[in-house]
Design a protein around this ligand. Structure first.
Ligand SMILES: [Zn+2]
Ligand SMILES: [Zn+2]
Length: 443
């Protein structure tokens, strides 16, 4: 198989940004291996992300073709697509026999994981959608391995998509270790170029814009997470990236009502892999905390909580509702706990800071909801300040609480909701956690 086919197969790619000599691309177009699609179709739909809202497909005076062109705002961050842009699609796939996968995973599934794992593999084999509804710390990734392995054995292409780069970076080494003989690509904004035709792709949902009818199986991890739920275009990207009729496996600890309603095939795991119950959040009022912080004072109750954790040598995460509040107060918190660091979405050093917390080089982090998912730190203690703020819906509160007690050595971390009044979402989160601990979902 040519390197050009390896690159383009299953993708939809900008002609002007294809890393191959022009003559090679031209020859493949001339002999019909590649067809060209107009970037924005004549009925004003983006051919990469399928956007067609007039709010996103915008006319402009194009210098290149000296006429009025349209460009797509929805997928702008992956280089601009306009009416006169050419997209390449590979049309003549040659026969392909990927290397037989070796499955190198020594861990053991619990009985519940094992049953879910078999159900997932069955849905993949029968090409039907499936939902894995499993609490934080249930061991969701591992139970996907056998189904992925079966698909790889059949020579199928598998994609594991997650909404955030952090989650992709966390999953990628685990999958590469489990399937060492399989050509695997890890794709996110700014990821390095990777060789060969990937049989296994681990990608942010955004990256799926660049694929078309590529995958025999698509697994969507954290299926309820921002930005997947608020951005229907991303759901559309998943649709476009799979082959017609290919199964989609949704994985979530806090599935939306819509997912629960629309996916009848479901595996549920409401206990953690280590068998200990989920930590139940404790409510503590922190009246007028905003005023106190604004006046340069850390409220006494919060100060006491922080000092307790430091004295016990326990790492902690302190969630605050806004980035602005984090920026304004980090200095105050440093006076109470020297060495404390702050982390939010725009912080390029956040990976290192989380690593430092894990290695106990910093005592704790003040953070935004960016750390609500995908991180595991042994013995971590959790506090949310302003748990009643609208930003903390029940799914966010459950995810944040799910950071505690993940390790079998420290299964019962503390989770404190500091609040200015108890919200319905706080109660909903706590009720759900309690019901999981009783073994079932009571929505
Ligand atoms: Zn687009
Ligand atoms: Zn143009």
């Amino acid at each position: 198989m040519s390197d050009l086919e390896q690159f383009l197969r299953g993708r939809i790619w900008l002609r002007e940004h294809t890393p191959f000599p022009k003559e090679q691309v031209d020859a493949a177009i001339a002999n019909g291996d590649i067809t060209i699609k107009q970037g924005i179709s004549t009925d004003k739909q983006c051919m990469r992300c399928l956007e067609q809202s007039p709010l996103k497909i915008i006319p402009f005076d194009c210098a290149k073709c000296e006429a009025t062109c349209y460009y797509c705002r929805q997928c702008l961050q992956m280089r601009r697509i306009s009416s006169c842009t050419e997209l390449l699609v590979w049309r003549n796939p040659s026969s392909w026999q990927p290397a037989l996968p070796s499955f190198d995973w020594q861990g053991k599934l619990t009985d519940k994981q094992k049953r879910a794992s078999e159900e997932v593999a069955e849905s993949i084999a029968l090409r039907r959608p499936h939902l894995v509804y499993a609490v934080c710390g249930a061991g969701k990734t591992e139970l996907l391995f056998p189904g992925i392995h079966e698909a790889l054995q059949k020579g199928q292409r598998v994609c594991l998509a997650a909404p955030r780069t952090d989650v992709v970076l966390e999953l990628s080494p685990r999958l590469r270790a489990a399937f060492p003989a399989t050509v695997t690509h890890t794709l996110y904004g700014g990821s390095p170029e990777q060789e060969g035709l990937a049989q296994l792709v681990i990608a942010t949902t955004h990256q799926l814009y660049r694929f078309e009818e590529a995958f025999d199986v698509v697994i969507v991890d954290e299926a309820d997470a921002f930005p997947y739920t608020v951005d229907p275009a991303l759901a559309c990207a998943v649709e476009k990236a799979r082959k017609p009729g290919a199964p989609i496996i949704y994985v979530s600890a806090t599935p939306t009502k819509r997912l629960l309603k629309t996916i009848p095939n479901r595996s549920e795991i409401f206990s953690r892999y280590h068998g200990f119950p989920l930590p139940v959040p404790v409510y503590r009022p922190l009246w007028g905390y905003k005023k106190q912080l604004a006046a340069g004072k850390v409220p006494e109750k919060l100060k006491k909580w922080l000092q307790e954790k430091v004295n016990a040598g326990e790492p902690f995460l302190l969630f605050l509702p806004t980035i602005q509040l984090i920026d304004e107060t980090v200095q105050l918190f440093k006076e109470v706990v020297p060495g404390i660091e702050a982390v939010h979405a725009e912080d390029p050093g956040r990976k290192e800071k989380v690593m430092q917390l894990r290695e106990q080089k910093v005592p704790g982090l003040v953070c935004s909801t960016i750390l609500e998912r995908g991180i595991t730190i042994a013995n971590v203690q959790i506090a949310i300040v302003g748990a009643d703020e609208a930003l903390f819906d029940h799914a966010a509160l459950i995810q944040i609480s799910g950071r505690a007690g993940r390790s079998a050595d420290f299964p019962d971390g503390e989770v404190v909701f500091f609040h200015n009044g108890i919200s319905l979402e706080m109660d909903r989160a706590r009720q759900l956690i309690r019901s999981y601990n009783k073994g079932g979902d009571r929505r």
